[in-house]
Design a protein around this ligand. Sequence first.
Ligand code: ATP
Length: 245
Amino acid sequence: APAEDILSLNNVEVIFNDVILVLRGMSMAARRGQITALLGANGAGKSTTLKAIAGLLHTEDGAITRGSVSYEGEDITRMSPDQKVCNGIFLVMEGRGIVQDMTITENLRLGAFTRPKANIREEIEQVYEFFPRLRERSGLAGYLSGGEQQMLAIGRALMAKPKLILMDEPSMGLSPLLVKEVFGIIRRLNRELGISILLVEQNANMALKAADYGYIMENGKIVLDGTGAELADNEDVKEFYLGGG
Ligand code: ATP
């Protein structure tokens, strides 16, 4: 049977400061248990899409003015960001959003903020089992390398027991070797922990290899979609996103 949608956007329109239309009828879905990639040029509206899903637009005077977001069959368009985290949606941001002058363990604790009754100590141990490198490092998060910070950002997401992780440009600022490692981690989150993933990337090559399904976004809406393999084989995608293929 085909995988069901865990998340869908139906004709979503987002406006900033009452005037700038950034999403213009955005429709897409993420399937349960799969990796879905959202690709597009700078400024296409990828980050805005993730913020719209996570409920974080109001902090920048943006708003969903039309359309809807549904998650596990429920309309969550106007649900609060905290409530979305409680329901299993976690955004790992570009720049990672780590608190630099807190320790690794303190950052991990922050990830469990919606779950005060959880056995935090045991769950931190599980994150360290998943990312042994984080256990070896002590001290402040600000001293971690870019790749380690990315692991910490993902580890913190795991502390919220997510069903769906939204990832904004996980390869940003990382060396090719670390990009490979981070994509390996994303696959493990999906295969070993069963977490559904919606991945926004500039690195179309890596993203399409990892993704079960992908969408290409231009000017605030989807212009093309298909399996990772179909998109990687598409002439337009090759020319515009895979670098002169
Ligand atoms: P990038 O890869 O560069 O982050 P993106 O596809 O993620 O690009 P967005 O960051 O979603 O694109 O931005 C889409 C458009 O919305 C851009 O034209 C941007 O200038 C505009 N935009 C984003 N945030 C705001 C804001 N707070 N106020 C006004 N315009 C905004």
